[in-house]
Design a protein around this ligand. Structure first.
Ligand code: SF4
Length: 341
């Protein structure tokens, strides 16, 4: 059993069978959940006998780094990891001013099948466990030596995090030892039962929802999941999602030239999200040879027109000039193992 796969309460119990008093348990948990060590021998304030007992009963494996891209012009860097069964996942390190974001994968593939997304193009993959999500985080944190107070974590890599809910929640609980829930964002394609489950958590991360079209018909064309979770019901789930003071939902909107980027689309989007505490993150599409040829990135004039129209309708909006475009690490460009050489 990999200790990083245990929820904090289960870890307490497992360690309590080996060590006492409780503060010794806390010492070991600190090595794991705060320092993120991947070896029992690194636990220098734990006795040799206890380390031997831990080694005999448990493991501490993280995914192995296969490759790191050369950093892109904006400093971002993509990591390719191999999981214990040979599956591969990707994560992205993104320095942004004096902050750093780490984009994590939650599944080794994705069954949701958004047509603008390379991960979706390559199809489903298994859920990944807490040790595999935390392994991405701690590996990059250690390599880049990022202080915890400067980090943000976004679950926007490969996979739909709300379809791997239990593992996600364990991972969140452990990440919260290092950072506030306000610095963690979970991005979903709109899995309504998962949004409602997230709403019931005592400590909720930020929620980002990929909307991408202002009406059900077009959303279903590019996001087939809409047939199962209709746009109107998705919007209702966002309206009941509890937000503490000062927190916003993020509405993600991939801009496709000539498809969903007109002035009237911006007006319709403003109307759709009226009344929500939300900001829009407009993401100009990133072309990829595996994606439909008709999908194009809008030119700057169209992007500006869309953004200006939202602003005129009192919508807060940022444009994600995607980090890492030149290393194929931008939104929708993380891929399944079959695509990675
Ligand atoms: S955008 Fe997200 S949910 Fe949609 S196919 Fe890609 S990884 Fe899956």
């Amino acid at each position: 059993m990999n200790l990083y796969d245990l929820a904090p309460a289960d870890l307490d119990r497992a360690l309590g069978e080996i060590v006492s008093p409780p503060f010794r348990v806390k010492q070991i948990e600190e090595w794991l959940h705060v320092r993120g060590v991947d070896s029992f021998d690194a636990m220098t304030n734990v006795s040799k006998d206890v380390r031997a007992e831990l080694k005999a009963r448990f493991t501490l494996a993280f995914p192995e780094v296969l490759t790191r891209t050369v950093p892109a012009s904006d400093g971002s860097q993509k990591y390719l990891f191999r999981l214990h069964d040979g599956q591969r996942i990707e994560s992205v390190y993104m320095p942004i001013g004096d902050r750093t974001s780490i984009c994590l994968s939650s599944q080794a593939g994705c069954a949701v099948g958004c047509t603008f997304c390379v991960t979706g193009f390559f199809g489903p993959g298994r859920n990944i466990g807490p040790s595999e999500m935390l392994g991405q985080f701690f590996t990059i944190q250690h390599e880049k030596q990022i202080p915890a107070e400067q980090m943000n974590v976004v679950f926007m890599g490969m996979g739909e995090p709300l379809l791997n809910f239990e593992n996600l929640v364990t991972t969140l609980d452990i990440l919260y030892r290092n950072m506030s829930p306000r610095r963690v964002t979970v991005s979903t394609s709109g899995i309504i039962p998962g949004i409602d489950d997230l709403a019931r958590l005592e400590k909720r991360p930020n929620l980002a929802v990929s909307i991408n079209a202002p009406d059900r018909k077009r959303r279903e064309e590019i996001m087939p999941i809409t047939a199962k979770y209709p746009l109107e019901e998705l919007m209702a789930s966002l309206r009941r999602f509890p937000l503490e003071k000062g927190r916003d939902l993020t509405i993600e909107y991939v801009l496709l030239a000539g498809y969903n980027d007109s002035k009237s689309d911006a007006v319709a989007l403003a109307k759709l999200i009226r009344g929500l505490h939300a900001k829009v993150n407009a993401i100009p599409f990133n072309a990829d040879p595996n994606l439909p040829e008709w999908m194009k990135r809008p030119n700057d004039t169209a992007i500006d027109r869309f953004v200006d129209t939202l602003v005129q309708h009192n919508v807060r909006v940022t444009v994600r000039r995607s980090k890492g475009r030149d290393i194929a690490a931008a939104c929708g460009q993380l891929r399944h193992e079959k695509a990675v050489g």
